[in-house]
Write a protein of this length. Structure first.
Length: 155
């Protein structure tokens, strides 16, 4: 932590505290650490709608037999260009696959992209996890595939 720790009191109903303590026990940590995690998560959610710089993982489970769905997914992924950082496809069965897409861009735009893909007919499950506090970390551009000095794996 870069700043000093400040102690403060929190008041809550005993039933809620009991559920919170069960979560703390399940995670094998402290009340303070779980509370910090919850605050960070809520702050991230609050920033998503502000259109700030972000990265996201988008997961889609879809029916591979659905008419033209795979082609529509490929078209959208191609449209994304540099915003598409990596993809992974896992075939779950003869009829279903799961794609995981790593995206970079403005948080509100990433959510719109996710909404568009998740609404496609044939997508059975999915979700997006957006991380907005990336200004402390440099997000590198894709290496040029012909660049022999690049040590990054191609997506």
């Amino acid at each position: 932590m870069s700043s000093s720790v400040v102690r403060f009191g929190v008041a809550m109903e005993s039933a809620l505290l009991a559920q919170f303590d069960a979560l703390v026990e399940q995670r094998g940590t402290t009340r303070s650490e779980v509370l910090r995690d919850l605050v960070r998560a809520e702050l991230t959610r609050a920033h998503v709608h502000r259109g700030v710089d972000a990265v996201a993982s988008l997961t889609l489970v879809y029916n591979t037999q659905q008419n033209d769905l795979a082609e529509r997914l490929r078209e959208v992924q191609t449209e994304l260009g540099d915003r598409m950082r990596a993809t992974m496809r896992v075939h779950l069965s003869a009829d279903y696959a799961m794609d995981v897409l790593v995206l970079h861009g403005k948080s509100d735009e990433l959510e719109r992209i996710a909404d568009r893909l998740l609404a496609a007919r044939g997508v059975r499950h999915g979700g997006i996890q957006v991380v907005t506090d990336i200004t402390k970390h440099k997000v590198a551009r894709h290496p040029v595939p012909s660049d022999p000095s690049s040590t990054d794996a191609a997506p």
